[in-house]
Design a binder for this molecule. Structure first.
Ligand code: CTP
Length: 394
């Protein structure tokens, strides 16, 4: 993973969102050097960016240098990736026309790193043919863009021009900085989240899975160049870009979705927490309360992973084992019973890892007898280690 991002901040109301971008990137251990235009400093002070990035912020071309290095050249060379967010019509116009008259435009001109613009401006301004022409011209030179979103803009109008959400922008940055491209041309299928078993039109049975682990795996596969299909149960996670997402609710829907793509899959990772049982009789009317206790009879539903194991051909099949006791023994038994290549054993009783938390701590077991302990770390890092293991890089 490359780690140096230079963030160019140009002056628009969305500057405050760039603070969130810096904060999210720092949490992912990315070093962020910020360059602000003078107008950006009128919206948010350099001190805010300095505090969050823990680096000096550059904005004055002619300030006394702190060390003997020419700032715009050293940052231009240091950048593994250059992001301009928010990018105003002005900075887009300057670069498209070769104007370098402040620290940000000069550094963009001097860098050999990939430059991505995330525009934010009034809808009419964005639609202006001059701006569109500049964007087209920059694209033809290899500059990339994160399209602005639609919504209510600060000026009160509604339309295209909102800075894309910090989460989506950060996701794109992490994808670009990931230099492991060892899944190019591979079809990776991931299942994530819970499934639900409906009881009546208003009630259902489900579990505590949030989908975070599965989404992290899908994104890691995408970042390494795979063609990813993510079959997701209900979650509140934003749909990641450049991933084929299939949203499902029940065990039956998940099974149907995975069977449709299984034959062409190279790697299948089943991190979803699938419901094993469903009510025997679904009530088409809302069940009314009575004076007595209520008993719902459950019937067994499909074990999707077991069926995938039986059908397995060339696929690398990876399961998860959510256990509250005898972690390793239960996981090994599932690995063998379901004909898996790997199983990720997850202790769900720990408070600071597992369901709903940002971190996880797992043991990865292989059918060839490998046992790899991944101590508490972010779900993104678990995902990265998991692919290193599957691709036999560790
Ligand atoms: N799984 C599945 N279909 C099910 C249940 C589980 O495909 N009906 C998959 C999960 O996605 C996971 C693995 O099987 O990859 C193990 O799931 P887990 O819930 O840990 O185990 P179960 O097989 O349900 O067994 P148990 O309930 O006895 O722990």
């Amino acid at each position: 993973m490359k780690r140096n991002l230079v963030l160019g901040v140009s002056g628009g109301i969305a500057v405050y969102k760039a603070l969130e971008i810096v904060s999210l990137l720092k949490k992912k251990d990315i070093n962020v050097d910020v360059i602000m235009t003078e107008s950006a400093t009128k919206f948010v002070t350099p001190l805010s960016f300095q505090s969050l990035s823990q680096n000096m912020v550059t904005y004055d071309m002619f300030a006394e240098p702190k060390a003997w290095e020419i700032q715009h050249i050293s940052l231009a060379e240091k950048a593994d990736l250059f992001l301009v967010a928010p990018a105003t019509a002005n900075i887009i116009g300057k670069i498209a026309n070769g104007i370098a008259d402040d620290m940000l435009s000069t550094t963009i001109m001097a860098t050999k790193a990939k430059v991505i613009f995330a525009p934010a401006m009034n809808t009419n301004m964005y639609d202006n043919p001059i701006v569109q022409d500049n964007i087209k011209k920059l694209k033809s030179f290899g500059y990339e863009f994160i399209e602005p979103a639609e919504g209510r803009l600060a000026c009160g109008t509604t339309g295209k021009g909102k800075l894309e959400s910090p989460e989506v922008i950060v996701d794109r940055v992490l994808m670009e900085l990931n230099d492991k491209k060892d899944l190019v041309n591979k079809n990776v299928v991931v299942t994530a989240g819970p499934t639900i078993a409906p009881v009546d039109p208003v009630r259902f049975i489900t579990n505590r899975s949030t989908g975070k682990m599965g989404y992290a795996i899908a994104k890691e596969a995408r970042n390494r160049g795979a063609n990813v299909t993510l079959i997701s149960g209900p979650t509140s996670i934003e749909v990641p870009k450049n991933i084929n997402i299939v949203k499902v609710s029940t065990n039956e829907e998940m099974k149907k979705a995975i069977m449709e793509v299984y034959d062409h899959a190279d790697i299948v990772i089943k991190s979803a927490a699938v419901a094993d049982y469903k009510p025997k009789n679904y009530s088409t009317q809302k069940i009314k309360k009575g004076d007595n206790d209520l008993c719902i009879e459950f019937t067994r539903d499909s074990d999707i992973l077991m069926e995938l194991g039986e059908k397995k051909d060339k696929q690398i099949l990876v399961g998860f084992a959510a256990e509250s006791q005898d972690l390793k023994e239960n996981a090994i038994s599932k690995l063998q019973r379901k004909n898996l290549d790997y199983i990720v054993a997850n202790d769900i009783t720990a408070n600071d890892t597992g369901f709903a938390s940002e971190d996880n701590k797992v043991i990865v077991l292989s059918k060839s007898g490998k046992e790899i302990y991944l101590d508490k770390m972010s779900k993104e890092k678990i995902a990265s280690n998991l692919f290193d293991i599957i691709l036999e890089k560790r």
